[in-house]
Design a protein around this ligand. Structure first.
Ligand SMILES: NC(=O)c1ccc[n+]([C@@H]2O[C@H](COP(=O)([O-])OP(=O)(O)OC[C@H]3O[C@@H](n4cnc5c(N)ncnc54)[C@H](O)[C@@H]3O)[C@@H](O)[C@H]2O)c1
Length: 338
C-alpha cells in the first residue's frame, strides 16, 4: 500500500492534534519534525517514536535530510505562506492549518505554484464539517422550509487576550473559519460586502478584534455578520429566515455543539443534528481527507484552490472596511458608497 511520508512543521500547539491521527493512519506516516522549541520536539518524538535525528530547527534542514512526500504546516498564520512556498518548490504536497495565508495575492500565487508543481495543497478549515453546519446546509439546499431570505450570524468569543501579533488578527484567526462555514452552509458565492473591522472601546489589541459585515449572497439572501474575539461573554447564534419559518443554531459554551431549532407561527421544534460526515470534521477527518486527496485524487471542499473563495471573502472584508465602500469579492469594482 502506498504511504505518504510527512515532515511536520510546528508540533507544539495545534500541531499536536494533527500528529496523533497521522501516526495512527494506515496510509500516512510522519518521518520528520520541525520546531524552534526543543521541548515540543521531545514531546512529539514521544508521540511518533522518531529518533533525535529526525528532529530539525528548520524546514530547509529537514528537506535536505529526510525523504518525504508531504509537509504539514501548523505554525502561526503569518508564517504559512513562507513554508508553503518552500515545500511546494521542493515538490512536496502540503497540508496547512487555517488560514491558507494572511494575504489573498499570496494565496493565489501559491495555488498556481501547487498546480505547476503537480502538488496537492489543502487547508484544514474544519468548522464547515461540523454537524450543525452540515445540517443547515442540507436543509437549505433542499429548501425544506422554503427559500432562504436573510439572517444573521453572531459569535461572541471571550478570548481574554490577543492572538499572536499580526494585522487583522480576528479576521485571520477566527472569522476565516466562520466565513468559510457561511460559504459552505449557504453554498453559493457572496457577491457584495460592506464591512467594518474595529476594536471595542475597551480594546487594546495590536489589531482589530471585531468585525461587523453585511454579506449579500448570489440571488439575494443577505446575512448580517458580527463576530468578536474580545467579547465579555461567550455566545453564538446563526439564524436564517426561510419562507415558512426560521432555523436557529445556538451554542453558549466553547466546544459546545449547541442545538438547532425550527421556529414558526406554529411553535418551536428542536431538530436533531445530522451525524458527523465521513470523515468527521475533527483531527482524524482532516488526515483522511488529505490521504484521499493525494492518494485517490478526491479533491476535498477545503483544497487550496477551493479555499480561494474564502480568502477572497476575507480580502473583501478588509477592502470594504478600509474604503468604507461596498465591494465585490475577487473583483476590483467599487459599487456604491455605504
Ligand atoms: N482549526 C482550528 O480549530 C485551529 C485551532 C487552533 C489553531 N489553529 C491554527 O493552527 C496554527 C498554529 O496555531 P497554534 O495555536 O498551534 O500556534 P502556537 O504558536 O501555539 O504553536 C505553533 C508552533 O510552531 C512552532 N514554531 C514557531 N515558529 C516556528 C518556526 N519558524 N519554525 C518551526 N516551528 C515554529 C512553535 O514553537 C509552536 O510549537 C495557526 O495557523 C492557527 O490558526 C487552528
Amino acid at each position: 500500500m502506498k504511504t505518504l511520508r510527512a515532515i511536520f512543521v510546528g508540533v507544539g500547539g495545534r500541531g499536536r492534534t494533527h500528529l496523533g491521527p497521522w501516526v495512527a493512519h494506515e496510509r500516512l506516516d510522519v518521518v520528520g519534525l520541525v520546531d524552534i522549541n526543543p521541548e515540543y520536539l521531545a514531546q512529539a518524538r514521544a508521540v511518533t517514536g522518531l529518533p533525535p535525528g529526525a528532529c530539525f530547527a528548520s524546514l530547509t534542514d529537514a528537506l535536505a535530510a529526510v525523504e518525504a512526500d508531504t509537509v504539514v504546516i501548523v505554525v502561526h498564520a503569518q508564517l504559512h505562506g513562507r513554508f508553503i512556498r518552500e515545500a511546494l518548490e521542493a515538490g512536496k504536497h502540503v497540508m496547512v492549518e487555517k488560514p491558507l495565508t494572511c494575504d489573498l495575492a499570496e494565496a493565489e500565487a501559491l495555488v498556481t505554484l501547487a498546480e505547476r508543481q503537480h502538488c496537492r495543497l489543502m487547508v484544514t478549515q474544519n468548522k464547515r464539517y461540523l454537524p450543525a453546519a452540515r445540517t443547515l446546509r442540507r436543509l437549505l439546499a433542499a429548501e425544506t422550509y422554503g427559500r432562504l431570505g436573510f439572517g444573521h450570524y453572531v459569535n461572541y468569543k471571550a478570548r481574554g487576550s490577543a492572538y499572536p501579533v499580526s494585522d487583522h488578527m480576528h479576521l485571520w484567526q477566527m472569522a476565516v473559519h466562520e466565513l468559510d462555514e457561511l460559504l459552505a452552509t449557504i453554498d453559493r458565492p457572496v457577491v457584495r460586502v460592506a464591512a467594518r473591522e474595529f476594536q471595542p472601546v475597551w480594546g487594546n489589541w495590536p489589531s482589530e478584534s471585531t468585525i461587523s459585515a453585511v454579506l449579500e449572497f448570489r440571488d439575494g439572501p443577505t446575512i448580517s455578520y458580527l463576530s468578536s474575539s474580545d467579547a465579555r461573554a461567550v455566545g453564538h447564534e446563526f439564524r436564517v429566515e426561510c419562507e415558512r419559518g426560521a432555523l436557529i443554531h445556538r451554542a453558549n459554551r466553547v466546544g459546545d455543539e449547541g442545538h438547532l431549532l425550527f421556529v414558526s407561527r406554529a411553535g418551536e421544534q428542536v431538530l436533531a443534528l445530522d451525524p458527523p460526515v465521513d470523515p468527521p470534521g475533527t483531527g482524524p477527518g482532516m488526515a483522511e481527507l488529505f490521504a484521499r486527496y493525494v492518494l485517490d485524487g478526491v479533491e476535498p471542499e477545503i483544497s487550496g484552490r477551493r479555499n480561494l473563495a474564502t480568502m477572497r471573502l476575507c480580502d473583501a472584508i478588509i477592502r470594504a472596511s478600509q474604503t468604507g465602500q461596498v465591494v465585490e469579492p475577487a473583483g476590483e469594482a467599487v459599487l456604491q458608497p455605504v
